[in-house]
Write a protein that binds this ligand. Structure first.
Ligand code: ADP
Ligand code: MG
Length: 263
């Protein structure tokens, strides 16, 4: 039995920190000597570029994987020298929706494609697009857990209800195993009263499922992607780098606890 943990980074709202979290959590888990695969499921290809892989020159991408034209082994490549692997994506991935129309079990394409290579990794992270489309459904069908990045602002909770309903529906129809792994407060500014209010509401509502680690607003996190590197390799003393290392530690500890609990 494999102990690989597959997590989807999902929130249909754009700009909440899904990609930033995917890239920097991947790099932080790798820095802790975990074997990590990042799967870019967003046609914007931001996780790909942010990992130092040129999305305009890909031999194979997540689309080829989804359509079954290549196996995962061929689609996987190193994320520059950042210590983790990536299945990259670009705009071609928008064709997946149409390409899969006639395909049987189209919800399970990603899950089936990843199956053969899971033994190579401790963690698989899937960066989802900002919508609840077939790509997101594939990510949620393949995952054990969902990580939901949330920007603590006025409309944050509103979008969360729709996401929770989708996750519930996936659990009922597609993937019984799927858990809400954690809600992650991102771009957090403790001087902002509204942010503190929303944060308190999240904890009141979701309790333990809110990660203790909070990702602060930090300009280094916004700058690093333009160089194609995780923040850890850009400014390892920055508050952003330290926060993502802390998140990696929290996730590893939680997983070890739950593994020991069920043994
Ligand atoms: P999503 O993938 O959910 O659309 P991104 O991770 O791309 O969101 O983040 C949206 C924008 O906010 C990007 O420009 C990113 O660099 C920036 N950003 C994300 N997290 C932070 C943070 N903690 N501090 C400052 N800027 C951030
Ligand atoms: Mg994104």
């Amino acid at each position: 039995m494999t102990t690989t943990r597959i997590r989807a980074l999902a929130n249909q709202k754009g700009g909440v920190g899904k990609t930033t979290t995917s890239v920097n959590l991947a790099a932080s888990l790798a820095a802790t000597r975990r074997r990590v695969l990042l799967v870019d499921m967003d046609p914007q290809g931001n996780a790909t570029m942010g990992s130092g892989v040129d999305k305009y020159h890909l031999a194979y991408s997540a689309l080829d994987l989804m359509l079954g034209d290549v196996g995962a082994s061929d689609a996987i490549r190193p994320a520059a020298d950042h210590g983790y692997d990536i299945i990259p994506a670009n705009g071609d991935l928008t064709a997946a929706e149409v390409g899969l129309m006639q395909v049987q079990e189209k919800e399970y394409r990603l899950r089936a494609a990843l199956e053969p290579i899971l033994g190579r990794y401790d963690y698989v992270l899937i960066d989802c697009p900002p919508s609840l489309n077939m790509l997101t459904v594939n990510a949620l069908a393949a995952a054990h857990g969902v990580v939901i990045p949330i920007q603590c602002e006025y409309y944050a909770l509103e979008g969360l209800t729709a996401l929770m309903k989708t996750i519930e529906r996936i659990r009922e129809n597609v993937n019984r195993e799927l858990e809400i792994d954690g809600l992650l407060r991102t771009m957090f500014d403790p001087r902002n009263n509204l942010a503190n209010d929303v944060s308190a509401q999240l904890i009141a509502h979701f309790g333990d499922r809110v990660y203790r680690t909070i990702i602060p607003r930090n300009v280094r996190l916004a700058e690093a992607p333009s160089y194609g590197i995780p923040v850890l390799n850009y400014d390892r003393a920055s508050s952003g780098a330290l926060a993502y290392l802390a998140l990696a530690g929290e996730i590893i500890r939680r997983d070890e606890r739950s593994r020991n609990g069920t043994d």
